[in-house]
Write a protein that binds this ligand. Sequence first.
Ligand code: GLN
Length: 212
Amino acid sequence: MAPTIAVLAVQGAFIEHERRLQALGCEAFELRQAADLARPFDGLVLPGGESTVQAKLLRAVGLFDPLRERIAAGLPTLGTCAGLILLAERVEGAGDTQGLSADAAARRATVEGFRTLPVTVSRNAYGRQLGSFRGEGLLASAASEGPDETAARIPLTFIRAPRIEGLGTGTEPLVTLDGRPVAVRHGNQIGAAFHPELDADDTLYRLFLERA
Ligand code: GLN
């Protein structure tokens, strides 16, 4: 049966994910408030947007604790960009702090996310001029498998993206760009620094839906 996927819709780029999931044959619905959790679902998508805002709104609408519990218990979850930041165990880097006091800069660096994915990310780490860029990633599994490299290349779109600085125990790279991981997996959680909803390639969705 087609999986039902809940897409967090408190802020950010959730509609694009819904469309892509529907095109792949999934049922997709929006999670906006705690009451939406009454509907059963097989997987969760955390979209891009502004992670600090999303973390605050998640608490304000009562979604934070129940979602954290389900993710920690193994709910298949795909976090993209801000969604990766929400999942990350460690978040570094304040991003654009020009003109801010040291205190304000420190506050901006802190994102009170779920901290369920053993990975360290730094926010907005690709710098201002490189705020948005495109690249071509290499699928980690395919990279070791063999000569047909074309099948292993996937297009990547980055928008003020977090950089993955380090992987904790049990976290494996899924996609790399210039040798550095840009998507990772830990158990049923996948975190990606890029925006798969903006490119035609379905690889990341398929990797997520394998578990959902
Ligand atoms: N820069 C955003 C943040 O720090 C993430 C950007 C995105 O999701 N496209 O939360």
